[in-house]
Design a protein around this ligand. Structure first.
Ligand code: NAD
Length: 356
């Protein structure tokens, strides 16, 4: 099995080194090959997604991605900025399903902004459609307002749209993910106001007929946002469109206290995927050896489960992470009085040790 390792910028190389260390002690035969991406790609090859990096990502069974971006590249033309690498990879690899688990380990309940009893033990999975919706719909732009009370003024406009195939394939991902969990899916939409999302609801309901073992309910996005902070543990798998998913997944991320704990996966139709921590390149702490590597290590676990068919190894890593947290080891972002502060490398070593 070939894994493309793309460390990227900022803390990317530091956290990736820990994930690679963990993969190396599992006793599996992985072929791991690294390449430059983001600012590192631009600096070495003049492009954030150099052709050799893209070719490696395409040829691999899975991609493990660190993070990209640095403020020093903010003045570059948009097409050359580090963040374009991630958009390019999503497009070129046809990654349409973004899976973001939000898990709050009981030991970290105090790190959340919500009351411990509301979030302790939280384990939900948000599935966001990545390629459609108002983010990509055309036409879009700024024009002269053609009608209504503001006729003749300038107006900005975008187009919300979803093709039936796009909804069907993300619904299948959600129902199949639920089958491996507690068999409940909440589809989040705005069917009461938007035609696009009434269509979304109808199609999700139709796909559900193929999954009689999974319970489906529908929820309007405004209510879903409220329930996420009121009683987040009521959810199991949540599936939604690109824009609602963008907002709700960040909201869910913060329930868990630190973005340094959150992995993510972006999958194509055959479960080939790109795996990355939910956070960015954190230039403010890069090079200091203090970044939390657990989101990247947990992303590697997701990669083993979803793309490489190694569920047992994924569970071993997840259990090792639980062990180090139970041992009281904490990087600075999750540190609390009474726990032991460790750096990036020490945390990686502790996970390796916990793996036995
Ligand atoms: P960020 O996620 O990099 O950092 C936000 C805050 O969280 C910072 O205070 C940072 O120190 C902290 N943080 C992030 N990851 C951490 C970790 N593993 N351990 C401990 N603390 C951590 O977001 P930002 O500051 O808005 O963006 C920085 C750069 O990252 C920008 O160039 C942005 O475009 C880029 N970015 C990249 C991705 C990606 O690669 N997928 C995602 C988001 C942002």
């Amino acid at each position: 099995m070939k894994i493309a390792i793309l460390p990227g910028d900022g803390i990317g190389p530091e956290i990736m080194a820990q994930a690679v260390k963990v993969l190396n002690v599992l006793g599996e035969r992985f072929e791991m090959e690294s390449a430059d991406v983001g600012g590192a790609g631009y600096a070495a090859h003049g492009h954030p997604l150099p052709p050799a990096t893209l070719a490696l990502a395409k040829s691999a069974d899975a991609v493990l991605f660190g993070a990209v971006g640095d403020y020093k590249y903010d003045t570059l033309a948009r097409a050359l900025r580090p963040e374009q690498a991630i958009l390019g990879l999503r497009k070129e690899l046809a990654l349409f399903a973004n899976l973001r688990p939000a898990i709050l380990y009981p030991e970290l309940a105090g790190a959340s902004t919500l009351k411990p009893e509301v979030v302790s033990g939280l384990d939900i999975l948000i599935i966001r459609e990545l390629t459609g919706d108002i983010y990509f719909g055309k036409p879009r732009g700024v024009r002269e307002c053609p009608d209504g009370p503001f006729k003749g003024e300038r107006e900005g406009f975008d187009t919300m749209r979803y093709a039936e195939t796009e909804i069907r394939r993300i619904a299948h991902v959600a129902f199949q993910a639920a089958q491996k969990r507690s068999k409940r899916v909440t589809s989040v939409d705005k069917a009461n106001v938007l035609e696009t999302f009434q269509f979304w609801r109808d199609i999700v309901t139709d796909v559900h007929k193929q999954y009689p073992d999974v319970e489906l309910d529908h929820m309007y996005v405004d209510n879903a946002a409220m329930q996420l902070v009121r009683a987040p543990k009521k959810f199991d798998v949540m599936v939604t469109g690109n824009m609602f998913g963008d907002i709700l997944s960040d909201c869910a991320a913060m329930l868990t206290g630190s973005i340094g704990m959150l992995p993510s996966a972006s999958l194509d139709a055959s479960n080939k995927g790109l795996y990355e921590p939910s956070h960015g390149s954190a230039p403010d702490i890069a090079g200091k050896g203090v970044a939390n590597p657990l989101a990247t290590i947990l992303s590697a676990a997701m990669m083993l489960r979803f793309s490489l068919g190694k569920t047992e190894q994924a569970e071993r890593i997840e259990n090792a992470v639980k062990t180090v947290l139970a041992q009281g080891l904490r990087t600075a972002d999750i540190f609390e009085a009474g726990t032991t502060r460790v750096g990036t490398e020490e945390m990686g070593n502790a996970v390796v040790k916990a793996l036995g």
